[in-house]
Design a protein around this ligand. Structure first.
Ligand code: 6PG
Length: 456
């Protein structure tokens, strides 16, 4: 990823230096450079620092955690006041905040920058989410704008707020990424195990979806995955992959932080849980032997069911974005990050893993109201959800009836149904709390705090 980003910068006319202790990596960097560009690979930080123009602009792309602190410590004796150090990895925002304070105390600038798009995106145009130090941003802005993905000529990069805002926005981006991937996997299960579609048929279904309102990077790659042949066996590769999901942690961090903030994001939570459940392969094998397999008795014609699944996915995807963006809205205030929501959505329109044509609709929503607390409150989005609601319900009824797990889709629908409930059954919870713990309650007809001796 680091190499690709450097090559991208070089293609846009910037002279770049890549540091890696492994000389072979530096040689590969130099040999991959386009002719006429200035690209140098070095094996020591001292050489790198010496070659850079001041104020030096240095971006780290190393795994989150200790490796970031190690690089900072190695760099410290080589830096001069005003130098800019950027962490372009997926660091936890609390680490970024600590590093900002530490580096500023020493007279250096430190920025946490989220970068999305994977290796390919880094080469051709990623989505870039810088945050923090506003003084340092103008120095790196032209570079980031040049290399970022473009949508209608507009670069997918913007300064996204104070402190660790860049890494916070990237964390939530990844939470949404987890949610959408979970929902897509549930639709795959229904169509594959449920309907019995083979990989060629699945390819066609996802191709049709990607050609329509579900157009997005994740549906597009799903379409292509079904055609990939395993070189070893000649089978389709997707069928040869073990059903245990990995996770580097950013989805879990999103859920953990949402809990701390008191913002409900159940589709993201469920996506994290289901990746965790997938790891229990041995237990799942035992349980599968104990309980009956799901039936494939779908009570509607195939094309009707596929339409229901498509609409359910569209509905669930909107809810996933709504939850992530609602979380950002609250976090921006609670953590004093001043995140410009409209800019976040603008930056996500291209280059990143969660780019989709829906982002245009969300962009317009935040253009109308930058303080929109939840996408579900916006008229155009309400219409989209209303149009798909019934098919979402129908699909879930069939999935439950047959016994297929659709936890993410169900979480999306239940969130929707609870969010649009003027009256929730939480009055009963308050009564129970007061009954057993004298926790008090508020009344609907009178201000104040009340307690009742329920046993008297
Ligand atoms: C991106 C991705 C990228 C990475 C994830 C994978 O935006 O380019 O989100 O950051 O692929 O960290 O995360 P998991 O390993 O947790 O799935």
């Amino acid at each position: 990823m680091g190499r690709n980003l450097l090559l991208n910068m070089a293609d846009h006319g910037f002279a770049v230096v890549g540091f890696d202790k492994d000389a072979q990596k530096g040689a590969t960097l130099e040999s991959s450079a386009s002719s006429g560009t200035t690209v140098k690979g070095v094996t020591t930080l001292a050489e790198m620092v010496q070659l850079l123009e001041k104020p030096r602009k240095m971006m780290m792309l190393v795994p989150a955690g200790k490796p970031v602190d190690d690089v900072i410590n190695d760099l410290l004796p080589l830096l001069e006041k005003g130098d800019i150090v950027i962490d372009g990895g997926n660091s936890h925002y609390t680490d970024t905040l600590r590093r900002v304070t530490f580096m500023e105390g020493k007279g250096f600038h430190f920025m946490g920058v989220g970068i999305s798009g994977g290796e390919q995106g880094a080469r051709t145009g990623p989505s870039i989410m810088p945050g923090g130090d506003p003084e340092a941003y103008p120095f790196v802005q032209p570079i980031l704008e040049a290399v970022a993905a473009k949508v209608g000529g507009v670069p997918c990069v913007a300064h996204l707020g104070k402190g660790a805002a860049g890494h916070y926005v990237k964390m939530v981006h990844n939470g949404i990424e987890y949610a959408i991937m979970q929902l897509i996997s549930e639709t795959y299960d229904l169509l594959h195990r449920g309907l019995g579609l083979d990989n060629d048929e699945l390819h066609k279904v996802y191709r049709n979806w990607n050609d329509g309102e579900l157009q997005s990077f994740l549906v597009e790659i799903t379409r292509d995955i079904f055609l990939k042949v395993d070189e070893k066996t000649g089978n389709r590769l997707v069928d040869m992959i073990l059903d245990k999901a990995g996770a580097k942690g950013t989805g879990k961090w999103t859920s953990q932080d949402a809990m701390d903030l008191g913002v409900p994001i159940p589709v993201i939570d469920m996506a994290v849980c289901l990746r965790e459940l997938s790891a229990y392969k041995d237990e799942r094998i035992q349980a599968a032997a104990l309980y009956k397999n799901p039936s494939s008795d779908i009570p509607v014609p195939q094309e009707v069911f596929i339409q229901q699944v498509q609409d359910a996915l569209f509905f669930g995807v909107i809810i996933s974005y709504a939850q992530g963006l609602a979380m950002l809205h609250v976090a921006s205030k609670e953590l004093d990050m001043q995140i410009p929501m409209q800019e976040v959505v603008k930056v996500w329109r291209g280059g990143c893993i969660i780019r989709s044509s829906l982002l245009e609709v969300f962009f317009k929503a935040f253009q109308k109201n930058p303080e929109l607390p939840n996408l579900l409150l916006e008229g155009e989005i309400a219409q989209l959800l209303q149009a798909k609601k019934q098919n979402m319900r129908n699909m879930i009824i069939h999935a439950i009836h047959m016994g297929y797990p659709v936890a993410g889709l169900m979480a999306a629908l239940s969130y929707f149904d609870a969010y649009r409930s003027e009256k929730m059954p939480t009055n009963l919870i308050q009564a129970q709390r007061d009954y057993f713990g004298a926790h008090t309650y508020q009344r609907i007809d009178e201000p104040g705090i009340f307690h009742t001796e329920w046993n008297k």
